[in-house]
Every structure is written in structure tokens, then in C-alpha cells.
Design a protein around this ligand. Structure first.
Ligand code: MG
Ligand code: MG
Length: 634
């Protein structure tokens, strides 16, 4: 498909925006008028810049408050349109977006609106330009695509067509099913936007909180499918008004934007294919080609977590890990790298002075620099990732060491794809001198403990990037987005997980600079692991053993348990045990979650020990404020 993006979706000057968009591989842009008004240059110069970058100017927008106006305003608007047409001719923009009227002067008369749009299209036709009419969700008399289509149909002019925008339809919970009945060649342009489900004024929602497809909660795939079934063959474009994107470096936004379109195309392609398979009908012949990347990799959990630390921290981290029941099982053949293990969970502490992470972040202190995920076909997984515009990473490999394919996650950490065929711990035999089953290390069993989830602390502008990255590259589906109170500000938290829940990540961002999550970021450089949750089968048994090993847990206020008893019907004996052990509790219809947090390491990273009961599927997020408040009172 011809892929396009509105200039309003990115930060920067107009030239910088075009450079970022071209670098990300787009075919064209929608020129947002304000970007041109503030551009120091002529329309002809802009045309040359775009042409040099290989970008078409697909659309000039918006042209406001036109249709259904009293005669004097209508005449003036036609004059205004002629001046815009002059500019469009000079810059080579073939189409203008006319959005439905929001003026209090607008008359509720579809026949009048059609007649006036016919006149506008007639004027555009004289210059071989086209007019696309779009229903704004807050339009005065026209807010739905069905109304806009009726007006376009009635106007019946070859140079007038419909512009569809997923935000306006889906934000009003309008049914997109009717789109398939609109002739494809009368849909002139398609704008896609996703958004989180918020209950707020639709105009504010639209202007500040749209997101790229795959980052929000709308069924953008279902919407796009209807447009394709109508026979649409024009540009697939993104029009995203988002406060955070206005601040985010535009190169990153442009890559996210491209990834979102590739994801949308490939998901829609799949849905169309499975729909025709289930009805046994012959596949609807599409008139455009949709992106077809390697399939999402089937991931079967984490094989390892790698920490970058300096030599002194590596020692203290090692002590902490051993208190948590991990054994020191090996030393790297050629590097200052130590392997700790518990069951099938491997933790690697990298104290190599020139390690990748330390060069990359200039990081001080200790942070996680890489995750290793198990998968059946690592090369296919990397193929998927690079198709979705992630960078692959090749680490330097010593003699006889194993090469494990990796990609760079947003923010710079690495994700390695570890071949399942190696077995749970087979990867490490090549690179490490293994001590027999950690025989040299005293046993500190408290488990078995396995990795339940890894929580990341992200810079505010990284959350949407990570949601899309984990979805498009790793095939993880996002859960509910929650807002939690730290004593010094709000945290937003969103879990992402694969279908069988063997891989779970929790993405946390701080809306304030003063929270512990934000301060963790300044230690680790952002995009970094904030805590690691280990699951156990009997939390009271595990916590008692861990305490005996010397693990220190965050104390929980007595008031928490008094309040818990009023909120949830818990057996008094269980409540007393939780109070004594400092264990927190959450209940969902599917099951319970019992968990506790260790004190943090060097003021940053900490561990969580958790027990899932039944089919509980969340992360005890409602208890995070208790943890954050306790940490703040230390
Ligand atoms: Mg729009
Ligand atoms: Mg957690």
C-alpha cells in the first residue's frame, strides 16, 4: 500500500518531519496547514524538498467550516478555497481534506451541504484537484461517516469523495460495517488512528490522546478490513494528535508510525485470510498488497536475565541472588561474567568493563541489559523483528562461544532469542565453565522460584513505543492500563503477555519526576528493569526461608491489613499469616494473588515474590501504592 502520515503526528520543524518520515520509509505525507503556514519557504520549495526525499504530498488539510453555510459565508469560503488551490497546485498536492462544519452558523440541510460541496468540487476539477469530505466526530450536523457519505452521494461529482478516519467512527461507537457498501473509488482517503478508551469530551480525546494503530484499544483491524472490502486502493495514512508525540524525537515516532502500519496491514491480512477460511468462501480478491512478515514467534518464557554491574556491585548482587535461592554455577570462559541459576532460571551478572550495556548507556550502578527469551526458531523471530523495523544486534563472539541472535528493544536493551532445542540450560555449556550443579555454593533453597514477570521502568514517551514493540515484534497482548499513586506522583502501569502467559512483562511509566519509578530511571537510563517477580508455590514457606537466608522485605503497614479485611472477605487465619509475613493480597474473579517485595538493591532494582492462586491473571498493581509508600518511609 501507499503509506502516508500527517505532519501533525510528529515533533520538529517541517523539514525535520519530512526527513524523519522519509527515513522511516513512508511514501507520502498529509500536509497539516499550520506546518506550512509556519514554514520559511514557498510552496514550490516545499514541493522540491519533498520530491528530493521521495515523498508525495498526498493531502492538504484541513479546510474547515465550509458546507451548509448561509450564502455570504459560502461565497467567502469559495474565495478562501481558490487561494488554497493555488498553493496545492504549486506544491503538487492533489487533494484537500474538507472536514464537516463545526460553526454555529452551519445550517442543518444535507441538500444545501451537497450543493455547496458540488460547487467546491467543480472549482477543484478545473485545476484537476480533488476534494475529500470527512465527518468530524464533533461536527455540528454531520458527525458520522454515513451522513457524510449521503452528502457526497447526493453531490454526485467525480472530484468529490469521502475521507474515512477510524478515530471519528470508533470514538462514537459508530458501526463501521456499512463501509463495505460504499464504492471503493468514492473513498478518496483513509486516516487511521487508535486511542485508549477514555471517558472524556471527544474533542479533547481526539486532540490529545490518539495513538498509532496497535497502541490503543480500538478495533482498528476490523475498521481497516471494512475499508479494504469496500475496494479501497488509496493511501493508508496516520493522523495522530498526541501530546507526547509532539515532544518525542521525531525519528523514533516515525519508526513507531511505520511499525504500526506494517502491524495493521499484517494483522488485517491475517483476519481476512482466516475469515475466508472459516466460511470456506474463496478469499476476497484484494486490490492492494498488504505487508506479509514472518509470523509472530512462539515464545516459551525467559531463559535468562543479564545484569550489567561494576565489580563491587557484582559481588553484592551475587550475595542478594544467593539469598534468593540462586546458586553460582559458572564463570564465563573469557569474560568477567558470572552465571547464577535456580531450576531453569538463569541470571547472568556481567561485570565486564567494556560490556555492551555499560558502553551504550554510560550506566552507573546496576541494571538489566538483556533478556533472553526461549523460542523454537530464533532466526524466524529475528526475521519478524527486522521486518517490523527493529534493529538486529550481533555481539562479539569469542572462540567456541554460542551466537544467539538478538534485537535491540526500544531504549537500547537487548532481547536475545534462545533456541528451545538447546534445552533449558544448554545455552550456557558453550560459554561458561560450569561448576557441578553449583556444588561449590551452599544451597539456599526457597523455592523453586521461577520468573513470573519482569517489570520495566520506562520514560513517559516510551510506553506506547513499548506496547507496539512487544505486540508487533514479540506477539504479546497488552492488558488493562492502570494509574497508581506513589506518594510523589502517579505511575501508569500496563501488563503485556503472550497467550499462554509464559512471558509476562509489566510496563511502568512515571508521570512525575519525583516518584521512585522516575528516580529508578535516572539510575538505569530508562527502558530498564525495575523489578523482577519470582513465582513460588507456597508464599509463606518461601518467604520464611528467604528471610532465614537474609533476604529483607519491604515492611507493610498494619493499617493495610485492617483495611484489607474490610474490603475482601478473607479467612482470619490467612489474614493473620499475611500480616505476620508482610504478604500483600489481591483478588480477581479468576483467583488470588499473594505477593511481597524485597528491599531495593542500591536504591533501584528489587525483587517480588508472588504466588498465583487459580487463574489470577494480573500483577497486584493495586498493592503497588502500599509498596511505594513503604519504600518512601524507609
Ligand atoms: Mg481525520
Ligand atoms: Mg510486579
Amino acid at each position: 500500500m501507499h503509506r502516508s502520515i500527517a505532519t501533525v503526528s510528529l515533533s520538529g520543524t517541517l523539514r525535520q518531519k519530512l526527513e524523519a518520515v522519509a527515513a522511516a520509509g513512508f511514501d507520502g505525507i498529509e500536509l497539516f496547514e499550520a506546518d506550512f503556514i509556519n514554514f520559511k519557504g514557498t510552496a514550490t520549495e516545499l514541493r522540491r524538498i519533498a520530491a528530493d526525499l521521495g515523498l508525495a504530498i498526498d493531502l492538504y488539510q484541513p479546510f474547515r467550516d465550509f458546507e451548509g453555510m448561509p450564502e455570504p459565508q459560502f461565497r467567502r469560503s469559495l474565495e478562501r478555497a481558490e487561494r488554497k488551490f493555488d498553493l496545492m497546485e504549486a506544491m503538487g498536492a492533489p487533494m484537500v481534506l474538507c472536514c464537516s462544519n463545526t460553526s454555529p452558523l452551519a445550517i442543518n440541510d444535507p441538500a444545501l451541504a451537497a450543493a455547496q460541496l458540488h460547487e467546491l468540487a467543480e472549482r477543484a476539477a478545473r485545476r484537476n484537484l480533488r476534494v475529500g469530505f470527512e465527518a468530524l466526530a464533533w461536527g455540528r450536523h454531520t458527525s458520522r461517516y454515513g451522513q457524510a457519505w449521503n452528502i457526497v452521494k447526493r453531490a454526485n461529482h467525480a472530484h468529490l469523495g469521502l475521507i474515512l478516519d477510524s478515530f471519528h467512527t470508533l470514538s462514537l461507537k459508530d458501526d463501521p460495517a456499512g463501509i463495505v457498501d460504499i464504492p471503493g473509488d468514492k473513498i478518496f482517503f483513509l486516516q487511521m488512528a487508535d486511542a485508549p478508551l477514555l471517558s472524556m469530551d471527544v474533542l479533547q480525546w481526539a486532540r490529545h490522546h490518539r495513538s498509532f494503530p496497535g497502541q490503543g484499544d480500538f478495533d482498528v483491524v476490523g475498521f481497516f478490513e471494512k475499508v479494504l472490502l469496500a475496494g479501497y486502493t488509496g493511501p493508508l495514512s496516520l493522523e495522530i494528535f498526541n501530546d507526547i508525540f509532539r515532544e518525542t524525537p521525531n525519528r523514533r515516532t516515525a519508526v513507531d508510525a511505520m511499525r504500526s502500519l506494517l502491524y495493521l496491514e499484517s494483522e488485517t491480512r491475517q483476519r481476512l485470510a482466516s475469515a475466508s477460511a472459516s466460511t470456506k468462501a474463496p478469499a476476497q480478491p484484494l486490490r492492494v498488497e498488504l505487508f506479509h512478515p514472518p509470523a509472530v514467534p512462539a515464545l516459551s518464557g525467559l531463559s535468562f536475565i543479564e545484569f550489567a554491574a561494576d565489580e563491587a556491585s557484582a559481588q553484592t548482587l551475587g550475595t542478594l541472588l544467593r539469598q534468593l535461592g540462586f546458586r553460582r554455577v559458572g564463570q564465563h570462559r573469557s569474560k568477567a561474567v558470572t552465571l547464577y541459576r535456580q531450576g531453569e532460571t538463569n541470571l547472568i551478572v556481567n561485570a565486564q568493563p567494556d560490556s555492551f550495556a555499560r558502553n551504550r548507556f554510560d550506566a552507573h550502578g546496576t541494571s538489566v541489559c538483556a533478556l533472553g527469551v526461549r523460542c523454537a526458531d530464533p532466526l524466524a523471530a529475528v526475521g519478524r523483528a527486522t521486518a517490523m523495523r527493529s534493529q538486529r544486534h550481533d555481539s562479539p563472539v569469542g572462540p567456541n562461544e554460542m551466537r544467539v541472535p538478538a534485537v535491540v528493544a526500544p531504549g537500547g536493551n537487548l532481547i536475545h532469542f534462545v533456541p528451545e532445542a538447546l534445552g533449558p540450560n544448554g545455552l550456557y555449556e558453550a560459554d561458561f565453565i560450569l561448576e557441578e550443579d553449583g556444588a561449590g555454593d551452599a544451597a539456599n533453597d526457597a523455592g523453586p522460584l521461577r520468573i513470573d514477570h519482569v517489570a520495566l521502568g520506562l520514560a513517559l514517551d516510551q510506553l506506547d513505543t513499548w506496547v507496539l514493540f512487544t505486540r508487533a515484534v514479540l506477539g504479546l497482548e497488552p492488558g488493562e492500563s492502570l494509574e497508581l499513586a506513589d506518594p510523589f506522583g502517579l505511575i501508569r502501569s500496563r501488563g503485556v503477555a503472550n497467550a499462554d502467559r509464559r512471558l509476562r512483562l509489566v510496563l511502568n511509566v512515571s508521570l512525575s519526576q519525583r516518584t521512585r519509578t522516575a528516580r529508578t530511571l535516572s539510575v538505569t537510563g530508562g527502558g530498564a528493569v525495575h523489578h523482577i517477580a519470582l513465582s513460588c508455590e507456597d508464599i509463606f514457606d518461601s518467604v520464611a526461608k528467604l528471610r532465614a537466608n537474609g533476604t529483607r522485605f519491604v515492611p507493610i503497614s498494619d493499617n493495610y491489613y485492617d483495611d484489607l479485611a474490610t474490603r475482601i472477605d478473607i479467612a482470619p487465619e490467612l489474614l493473620a499469616r499475611m500480616r505476620a509475613a508482610g504478604v500483600l493480597f489481591d483478588r480477581s474473579p479468576a483467583g488470588d494473588y499473594l505477593h511481597t517485595y524485597t528491599e531495593s538493591f542500591e536504591g533501584g532494582l528489587f525483587f517480588e515474590v508472588a504466588q498465583r492462586v487459580g487463574a489470577y491473571d494480573a500483577y497486584g498493581a493495586l498493592n503497588a501504592p502500599a509498596r511505594m509508600a513503604s519504600q518512601a518511609q524507609d
